[in-house]
Ligand binder design. Structure first.
Ligand SMILES: Nc1ncnc2c1ncn2[C@@H]1O[C@H](COP(=O)(O)OP(=O)(O)OP(=O)(O)O)[C@@H](O)[C@H]1O
Length: 381
């Protein structure tokens, strides 16, 4: 998929995407032109010129400040959107359930909180039945638990082929978890575009992110081992041949619509006849949640620590963690070095990367070096 968007003095962006990408994250510094790009794509900017290699049937856009009709309540807003809905649009019930705003239906618009109004605005956009939905920081005021649930719902629609989402966010963890591809905008141009994990590592370097998250992909095992896991919403995921535990909320489904379908109890998502095997999933692991164990022989014998997960890895780089702070009135950046180092690790027998943020003291006590084989132990994501 190719898109070229031009807006005089603001945007000259070339985006090249894989045809199968359905959830595309967009990020970049403040003022880079992300909103302008979306406004161009949504044909809101009259002077914009957009060329694309495929035709969008119907484009929806939701801004950070929800633009709901104040003269009617939430139900009325949704009913108005339904009037011009495309034939395959989801029902109001499915949209409000997926956007967690069932309880808000009778509320007047001016009584909604910022996060509630954002949820209603997304539900209203979905009721209209767009084939492409542009979300411009549209979930920024929603708490992380509900936000992740809504992203999971949107992702389910994307995985089932009913929707393509372009999502602007400054939250790299959200984008890491859900995006098939990531676009980085700088000074009106697209400077990075491609597979999420590849682009993310370059974004972390560019933005000097001290505690990055790695995205791991694996297959969710269909059944939980014990009733305890079931009760606490913990899933088992096979990563590079090893079993790890992940909370259900932290998982994003990448394929296999049946699993996503079951996870959300959605009745209107198209349900192609696919096999019901282990569902491909991804989840993010924060560098600060990863500890390093040099006792590689004791891989399965860490029963004396509370950290649940372990993956054998090799250290591929060791970098001091940069702490960047604004120094003076001219906003020059001063770089200072914290007491930590960032280790980049590659999983054994796999090309997936993991980060670990550890202290200089641990680095020297354990005498860690590039090329060492270690166990990365990490808390339940
Ligand atoms: N209507 C407008 N007319 C002229 N310039 C504009 C207009 N809207 C935005 N700009 C300018 O275009 C540039 C890009 O703004 P835009 O809002 O697209 O950035 P952004 O990447 O979305 O930023 P943020 O992350 O802070 O929301 C900025 O310099 C902004 O001042």
């Amino acid at each position: 998929m190719e898109i070229h968007a031009f807006l005089p003095n603001r945007i000259d962006a070339q985006i090249t995407l894989h045809p199968a990408s359905r959830f595309i994250g967009v990020t970049g510094p403040s003022g880079a032109g992300k909103s302008s790009l979306f406004r161009a794509l949504a044909c809101v900017e009259k002077r914009a010129k957009v060329a694309k290699s495929w035709s969008f049937e119907k484009i929806g856009i939701v801004f950070q400040q929800p633009m709901l009709f104040p003269h009617t309540n939430v139900r009325g807003n949704l009913a108005l959107a339904q009037r011009h809905a495309s034939p395959n649009a989801l029902s109001v019930e499915a949209c409000v359930k997926g956007c967690y705003c069932e309880h808000l239906l009778e509320k007047p618009i001016d009584s909604l909180s910022g996060g509630e109004a954002q949820r209603v605005a997304i539900a209203r956009a979905l009721v209209n039945g767009p084939s492409v939905l542009l979300l411009d920081e549209s979930l920024s005021a929603i708490d992380i638990f509900t936000r992740r649930k809504i992203y999971q719902f949107l992702n389910t629609l994307c995985v089932s082929g009913q929707l393509t989402c372009f999502v602007i966010s400054h939250d790299l963890d959200d984008l890491a978890l859900f995006s098939d591809e990531l676009v980085y905008v700088e000074q009106g141009k697209v400077s990075l575009c491609g597979a999420t994990t590849d682009v993310l590592s370059q974004v972390f370097e560019k933005e000097g992110v001290a505690i990055p998250s790695a995205v791991l992909e694996g297959h969710k095992c269909s059944e939980s081992v014990t009733q305890v896991e079931n009760m606490h919403g913990i899933a088992r995921v096979m990563v590079a041949g090893h079993e790890v535990f992940v909370t259900e909320e932290a998982i994003s489904y990448t394929e296999n619509i049946k699993s996503a379908y079951r996870a959300h109890s959605i009745t209107e998502v198209s349900n192609p006849e696919q096999d019901n095997g282990p569902a491909p999933v991804r989840f993010a692991v924060k560098a600060c949640d990863v500890s390093i164990d040099i006792n590689v022989g004791g891989f399965n014998s860490a029963s004396t620590v509370s950290i649940l997960n372990a993956l054998p890895c090799t250290i591929t780089s060791i970098e001091p963690v940069r702490l960047t702070s604004s120094q003076n009135k001219k906003s020059h950046q001063q770089v200072t070095w914290g007491g930590k180092v960032l280790l980049k690790l590659i999983l054994e027998n796999d090309s997936q990367a993991l980060y670990a943020s550890i202290s200089h003291i641990s680095l020297s006590r354990l005498n860690l070096n590039v090329g060492d084989k270690v166990i990365a132990r990490f808390k339940l994501p």
